[in-house]
Design a protein around this ligand. Structure first.
Ligand SMILES: Nc1ccn([C@@H]2O[C@H](COP(=O)(O)OP(=O)(O)OP(=O)(O)O)[C@@H](O)[C@H]2O)c(=O)n1
Ligand SMILES: O=P(O)(O)OC[C@@H](O)[C@@H](O)[C@@H](O)CO
Length: 383
């Protein structure tokens, strides 16, 4: 949902931290989730939003090349990598400078009217909440996503005992994305004290403190959380796996003998997951299949009546590789070999099995997992 009225929007993704709380040698933003660096998810999420002009990823000096490699490998567009600072606020400030200070960046980017700030370790962000926050920032000068508190906030006294607790219902957790009229947040950062830059955690507070701008608070969705601890990485992995398994494309050859299966299988699956059914062979370079592939479908069931349909599967593999969207996750291809035979002995030669296994080993290197399923069924002859 594009923000109402002409408004230029860009995004700054701070990704310059060391991930101490997560532990390990690799900063959490570069840890793999489903085989892909965590930072790539937030970049992709912003990339999918067509009305965001530039995406600034702010990383520590030693990770500049790592980030550029990720951008290259996953085909990210409209992304500029900027050197971060020793704190999150300093990194964000550096990200903003690329729009305002010629000497800071080799090429000055067009200053946006509204700038989104979103932690690069918050992988699940949808266009809807980004749009709401941007529209609110356009109207109020600043806006941020919020969520209900899970734990009660308490204050401890000097002796380490409870001093008081806050009434939880009156407070919210400040999440991301946030958005600001660029001039407001840039002015706030320019006026910031070193204490704020080194110890602050809240951009909305800077807009209020230095620009007297009360940010509009926008109720966010449940999946806006930040990857902070190891458990968050595991949670992100399972959410992504779950999302990936929600869609399957069933491809059957046009032969009438398979049409029934090609109909029954989607029918039986459609109550559990989203099913696309295609009844022509991939070799026809079907535009419908192309759209499904570019729409990031990762599960395909190819129903055929050949004992070894390597040719058909190879054609689908070729289409996947030629698709202009990089394969961001493992693709699962299940080749279902139907044998509608009258005789009892359906057997697939060892040679065919060897061929399929060899083919599967080759495609696995391309992150495409091929499985073969043999189904023999007999059509009951009407007496
Ligand atoms: N100097 C810093 C510190 C943090 N961040 C980024 O700000 C976001 C939120 O910060 P946080 O979750 O605290 O990340 P880390 O500082 O890496 O985590 P930790 O405090 O556990 O080290 C992250 O995307 C992180 O990479 C940054 O750009 N520059
Ligand atoms: O404090 P951390 O550096 O872990 O993370 C930054 C968070 O504080 C920040 O993303 C939200 O609270 C919104 O400001």
């Amino acid at each position: 949902m594009e923000p109402r009225g002409p408004v230029s929007v860009s995004a700054v993704l701070p990704a310059g931290g060391s991930g101490e709380r997560l532990g390990g040698a690799t900063p959490k933003q570069f840890c793999a989730v489903q085989g892909r660096p965590l930072v790539s998810y937030a970049v992709r999420a912003m990339e999918r939003i067509s009305w965001i002009s530039d995406i600034i990823v702010v990383v520590s000096p030693e990770n500049i090349e790592t980030m550029k490699t990720i951008i290259e490998k996953y085909g990210h567009r409209r992304v500029t990598v900027v050197e971060g600072g020793i704190t999150r606020h300093r990194s964000i400030f550096n990200g903003l400078k690329v729009f305002a200070e010629k000497e800071f960046s080799s090429h000055l980017l067009q200053k946006p009217e509204v700038v989104i700030i979103h932690d690069a370790v918050r992988p699940f962000v949808e266009e809807d909440i980004v749009s709401k926050v941007v529209m609110a920032a356009k109207e109020h000068g600043a806006a941020g996503a919020i969520r209900p508190l899970v734990s009660t906030v308490i204050a401890s006294a000097a002796d380490g005992c409870l001093d008081h607790s806050l009434e939880r219902a009156r407070y919210r957790a400040s999440e991301m994305p946030q958005a600001f009229l660029f001039d407001i947040i840039y002015e706030a950062y320019q006026q910031c004290t070193d204490y704020d830059l080194d110890y602050g955690t809240e951009c909305l507070h800077l807009a209020l403190k230095y620009c007297k701008t009360n940010a509009k608070l926008v109720e966010g969705t449940t999946d806006l959380w930040k990857v902070t601890y190891k458990r968050d990485l595991y949670a992100a992995e399972s959410i992504i796996k779950d999302n990936l398994s929600q869609r399957v494309c069933v491809i059957t050859k046009g032969k009438e003998s398979l049409a029934q299966v090609g109909f029954l299988l989607p029918e039986s699956l459609k109550n559990q997951i989203k099913v696309e059914a295609i009844s022509v062979s991939p070799s026809k370079n079907d535009s419908h299949l192309q759209n499904i592939i570019s729409g990031q479908c990762y599960n395909f069931v190819c129903v055929n009546d050949k004992r070894c349909a390597i040719q058909e599967i190879q054609e689908l593999v070729d289409m996947l590789e030629k698709s202009n969207t990089p394969l961001l996750y493992p693709v699962v291809l299940i080749s279902v070999h139907l044998d509608i035979s009258e005789n009892n002995s359906f057997s697939i030669g060892m040679e065919d099995i060897t061929t399929i296994k060899k083919f599967a080993r080759e495609t696995k290197k391309k992150n495409i997992l091929v499985y073969g399923l043999l189904i023999q069924y007999k059509v009951q002859s009407m007496i």
